[in-house]
Design a protein around this ligand. Sequence first.
Ligand code: ATP
Ligand code: MG
Length: 311
Amino acid sequence: MITTVTLNPSIDKTVVVDSFIYGGTNRIVDTRIDAGGKGINLAVAFSQLGGKARCLGFNYDGGGEVILAALEKRGINNDFITLDGDIRINQKIYDRSKQVVTELNELGLPPNIDDLSILKKRVVRDSEGSGILVLCGSIPEGVPKTIYRELFEAVAHLSITTVLDAEGDLLREGLKAKPYLIKPNLFELETVLDEKITSPYEAAKAAKRLLDDGIKIVCVSLGSDGAVILDTDEAYYAPGLKVKVRGTTGAGDSMLAGLCLAHEEGLGLEDMLRYGIAASTASVMKEGTLLCTKEEFDGMLPKVRIKRLPA
Ligand SMILES: Nc1ncnc2c1ncn2[C@@H]1O[C@H](COP(=O)(O)OP(=O)(O)OP(=O)(O)O)[C@@H](O)[C@H]1O
Ligand SMILES: [Mg+2]
């Protein structure tokens, strides 16, 4: 089972217009409401692949029932701390003619110091018995950038696989707790290492420095160019698959779901990458925020090509 922690959940409201007129009146032709937040998306992706997931973190008494309904529909267990106030709403305007999305994202109401201390205790309590703990996504204003490091340190005495998918200072600080697996994208890796990377081979070489710091596995996702994965013994590269892309939202979460599933099944590095690429590719072929089903994932697996990189 994986346990995910979402500190900054959202409701993603997507409206579709034929041709967006900035400053004008736009007629909405379709509307979709989805539960948002990386930990929630990851739990959904993982459960769609047949895994068992549980969601922790914060939810809000205003509007938070959308999150609960989305999870309950899929049989995903949750143990959120419910805060007063409204959940943030992320508006997405999809312009059909240009196939462009404009996003208007709210920041979210901050939890207070007591909420954070309750969260820490709950993460420790509820992580026991879960094989994998994933900390991912952004955090609300007012929460210290050290929060992921602190949460990992709080569960350090448990035998649990720790996974981090975050950016900037959250990633930089989180690395200090030496999570088992991280999945930065190229930009996140470049930022944390403060260097420019121009090829998959260079990405693997640069990511090796993070292994020296005590991280066990690094998977760097490269968008349409695929991904590399490495531990101290081996490194592999999977080129991106040429498919018809309908929506890249949740690509990273699907990839993480594939990586976690392979780890849970006791598979090695090469198969972890195969699972990650298959899940993310099958998901980008689906409209908007929709993530792949188990059948779509199974169908994609044999198409993934993996090359061994020099260690
Ligand atoms: N345009 C694309 N064509 C094919 N595959 C893609 C494309 N975009 C993403 N993918 C697949 O999804 C994986 C993850 O994508 P990416 O590197 O963009 O993640 P990310 O930046 O972490 O995404 P997120 O915004 O969801 O966090 C890639 O390694 C690849 O397998
Ligand atoms: Mg990402």
